[in-house]
Design a protein around this ligand. Structure first.
Ligand code: PTJ
Length: 244
């Protein structure tokens, strides 16, 4: 048991959740590697929501607010780290949730749907897999016609670059949460929140409750500039590290 007083309590608890998730068959084993990469980038950010990531969370809220059929795509890592928060976001944004996996097995889809239902989710999509994302081979292209296939806005936390690009080619607006500002997903998405899912998802929900000129936010949104701001933040933080 990790004591709450441990200086790295939050980070260690996330590791525990991922590790438990693997044991329960919710998280794919490579999810641990993905998490480790994320952790390294989180360390560079100072494990907090940096200002450009907060701006991106407002832009994400704007896209969700204006969507006609928004879908939150949940994979193994996102479910165990922020399943409850994804459900709250879906309720606030009037969005659907679809379990959609990179390493898809029917068994893991079923387990994850059950996990999300136990956390309070209703009508979770993903089991049916009655449509395909064009251009993606094998099972990772499978999706729900009622969900991702027909969505206009898709929120895909911790996504792989290929799928993000394929969703863009389908004409969708893609919002992602990725701690790595250099990733292909980060660069291909319309809105990239360079933050940990555990902070980013509730942050979008918080912003959805605020009053904003949503159209203007979308009109003025520049994702490349946001990624550049994230890189500059990290560079400034690193170059002044021993002066702090
Ligand atoms: O559950 P599945 O089968 O859908 O598989 C999920 C993983 C994550 C294994 C799969 O999508 C994958 O391999 O993803 P990648 O290509 O490793 O990309 C994951 C990205 O998410 C990387 O850029 C990580 O830096 C980032 N990341 C990892 N943990 C977090 C994160 N971003 C935000 N919050 C995190 N906690």
């Amino acid at each position: 048991m990790i004591p709450k007083s441990h200086p790295r309590y939050e980070s260690l608890m996330m590791r525990e959740k991922i590790s438990e998730g693997v044991k329960k068959g919710l998280v794919h084993e490579t999810g641990m590697i993905a998490h480790g990469r994320g952790e390294a980038f989180d360390y560079l950010l100072g494990e907090k929501t940096i200002p450009p990531a907060d701006n991106a969370a407002v832009a994400a809220a704007a896209y969700l607010k204006k969507a006609k059929n928004a879908v939150i795509s949940v994979n193994g890592n996102a479910a165990v780290l922020s399943g409850r928060e994804c459900i709250e976001l879906a309720e606030t944004a009037n969005a659907k949730i679809e379990v959609n996996l990179f390493h898809r097995t029917e068994e893991r889809v079923k387990k994850l749907i059950k996990f999300l239902e136990e956390a309070g989710g209703v009508d979770i999509l993903g089991r049916e897999a009655d449509a395909r994302i064009p251009g993606l081979e094998h099972d990772r292209g499978k999706c729900s016609r009622e969900g991702i296939y027909s969505a206009d806005v898709v929120l895909v936390p911790l996504e792989d670059g290929d799928r993000c690009e394929a969703l863009k080619k389908m004409g969708k607006r893609v919002v992602t949460v990725d701690l790595n500002p250099l990733s292909r997903t980060a660069r291909a998405a319309d809105v990239t929140i360079v933050d940990n899912v555990v902070r980013a998802i509730p942050n979008i929900t918080k912003h959805l409750h605020e009053k904003h000129d949503w159209d203007k936010i979308i009109q003025n949104w520049d994702n490349r500039k946001c990624l550049q701001d994230c890189m500059e933040y990290i560079s400034r933080r690193l170059s002044s590290f021993y002066e702090l």
